[in-house]
Design a protein around this ligand. Structure first.
Ligand code: ADP
Ligand code: MG
Length: 585
């Protein structure tokens, strides 16, 4: 007897449902997408028990007539594609004609629909693939599909459903994605009869982001747009300060469809490189529009991934668009002063008055050459020198003060900034290193006396394996015996670092990271380390000339608002904010 049989259609649908319908949120996604494809301008989603008990989606779209309603829940029935040509340029969210059949094979479904041409509507009920005939009913134009007790005849799948709260989190996430990609549509979501959100149709993207996430996230977003080579990009970018430890604030839409794409995520990460810690993820909302012929959406069961025919173009355009915006923006962190930490007591107002007085009295100092060699301070610390021409007009924002030998307070047009001297100097050195290393190799200087140190065999191997990199850094080494090596020349830019200590740490780092990073990644790690070691430390008293040079360099280097690890270098305070806090306004 043969062992192979042809599965009946309901079995086929149940198997297909395994791919498309993972959990209640998948049903919500499929039903809303159908409503959007039907031209709805208002969609209401009611969920009970995280969708385990009920998911009901009502729309005011085109509806289905008797015939269409009768066959919509059969497998491979669709009104969206007809020929293979249509598959090459899909402009609707759905096209495979399997979602409703899949949903109806794993739950109790009741659909009511009416077209504008009909006086009454029709209703159809299906219980896990078993259809009861279509009957007339009164209804508004549009469609309501109610899905009850998902997986109730499939205990193995039902038991994998999580708690109502967890399932609702997934449902809310799906609706959020659709809401962001379709701002023209009015959307209401409720859970167990309680409103989760009700979004007006025609909202701006930032208003939607404010309602779906928070006004704090929406307020600081940087908007940018580019339109080149058939690719329209609209981006709302989060400032580094709101970067998170996961990519949960990254949303990418392609012609209104939420997608995940590793090329695009990479482009976003690259664009923010140097502005945030590499382990964090920036908030970014990207809306990409391009001809449907330029990508294939038929490559993933839930269509959350697509295949771009020219992914390099997509990558480079997005990278350029975001990077240009970030580079052109002052990303300094603004101080947020909590209400309760500032009182209007005499002591606090005296501090502010003293600071105001300080800024009034101290006039700009002239530029000086910076020398960060340890112990090279020139002049008595902490004094502000009046070296500028006495009668010269006063340039704005040149008053400064070092506090605790670690932070610099510098006046600017709107108020003042507090600068972390180590973090800022680290960024400056990093950018200088990066520039020089990419152009050629670092300039080095011979040490007066070569500095020798002992090594193990494996450390020597590491040096040999990374000879090219060491040369690029401008580090010259000579053997000094079987297990001793001497540093002959050391990079000028790293004069703030102690050569032997630097070399030892470098070798440790190369031993640890060389196997996991490619050449560029390794070089970047080395430059991070070098910048950190060579930068002035917290606790180091600076001369006024050094402070001036730091402030001048801050204007010149890219990403000066954050250190190479992504921590802020600068926190800004506005006088307006201070006046508010001190109840002067
Ligand atoms: P697809 O969306 O891939 O076409 P579905 O199984 O999701 O497949 O839906 C089958 C068909 O049912 C759709 O092509 C559409 O014609 C119709 N349909 C489904 N939902 C709606 C709706 N809310 N309003 C109008 N028509 C709908
Ligand atoms: Mg569909």
């Amino acid at each position: 007897m043969s062992r192979i049989i042809v599965l009946d259609q309901n079995m086929v649908n149940m198997i297909a449902a395994g791919e498309v319908i993972e959990r209640p949120a998948s049903v919500v996604k499929e039903l809303i997408e159908n409503s959007i494809d039907a031209g709805a301008t208002k969609i209401t989603i009611a969920v009970e028990d995280g969708g385990r008990k009920l998911i009901s989606v009502t729309d005011n779209g085109c509806g289905m007539d008797t015939e269409d309603l009768a066959c919509a829940f059969e497998s491979h029935t669709t009104s969206k594609v007809r020929t293979s040509d249509d598959l090459r340029a899909i402009s609707t969210l759905g096209f495979r004609g399997e979602a409703l059949a899949s949903v109806a094979s794993v739950a109790q479904v009741r659909a009511v629909s009416r077209t504008a041409d009909e006086l009454a509507g029709n209703c159809v009920e299906i219980d896990c693939g078993e259809k009861v005939s279509v009957s007339p009913t009164s209804a508004d134009v549009g469609t309501t599909i109610a899905v009850r007790d998902i997986f109730y005849k499939l205990p193995a799948r039902r038991k994998f459903l999580k708690t109502a709260n967890t399932e609702m989190t997934h449902v809310t996430e799906q609706v959020t994605r659709i809401a962001l990609g379709n701002t023209a549509i009015e959307l209401a979501l409720s859970h167990n009869g309680k409103n989760v959100f009700h979004l007006a149709g025609g909202q701006s993207i930032p208003s939607r982001i404010a309602e779906l996430f928070s006004p704090e996230i929406a307020d600081g977003l940087l908007e940018t747009e580019s339109n080149e080579k058939g690719l329209h990009i609209l981006a709302y970018l989060g400032r580094p300060a709101i970067a998170t430890t996961s990519s949960r604030l990254q949303y990418i839409f392609l012609n209104g469809r939420f997608i995940r794409d590793k090329f695009i995520s990479h482009a976003v990460k690259e664009a923010y490189r140097g502005s945030i810690d590499p382990s964090r993820f920036p908030a970014a909302f990207l809306f990409i529009e391009m001809p449907c012929e330029d990508y294939d959406v038929n490559v993933h069961p839930t269509k959350v991934e697509v295949r771009f025919y020219n992914s390099n173009l997509v990558h480079s355009q997005i990278l350029a668009c975001i990077r240009e915006k970030l580079l052109g923006t002052d990303l300094d962190t603004s101080a947020r002063i909590p209400q309760q930490t500032i009182s209007t007591s005499g002591r606090d107002s005296r501090i502010v008055e003293a600071m105001e007085d300080f800024f009034k009295r101290h006039r700009p100092a002239g530029q000086r050459q910076l020398d960060f060699k340890p112990g090279a301070g020139r002049e008595s610390p902490g004094r502000i020198e009046h070296t500028g021409p006495a009668q010269a007009p006063e340039p704005v924002g040149r008053n400064f003060l070092q506090i605790h030998d670690s932070f610099i307070i510098a006046e600017d047009e709107a108020g003042f900034a507090i600068i972390d001297q180590h973090a800022l100097h680290e960024r400056i050195i990093y950018e200088q290193l990066l520039k020089r290393v990419h152009n050629s190799k670092l300039e080095s200087q011979k040490l007066l006396v070569p500095q020798s140190f002992g090594l193990t065999k494996s450390q020597l191997d590491t040096i040999e394996n990374n000879a090219e990199l060491l040369e690029k850094l401008g580090i010259e080494l000579v053997g000094f015996g079987p297990k001793t090596i001497a540093i002959q020349a050391f990079p000028v830019l790293l004069s703030g670092a102690e050569p032997v200590e630097f070399l030892r740490d470098l070798i440790d780092m190369l031993t640890e990271k060389a196997s996991t990073l490619d050449a560029d990644g390794l070089l970047d790690e080395v430059l991070h380390m070098a910048a950190c070691k060579a930068a002035i430390k917290a606790g180091h008293k600076l001369t006024n000339g050094e402070i001036e040079q730091l402030l001048a360099d801050k204007q010149q280097v890219e990403h000066s608002s954050h250190c190479p690890h992504g921590r802020p270098t600068t926190i800004k305070f506005t006088i307006a904010e201070l006046e508010k806090q001190f109840k002067r306004t």
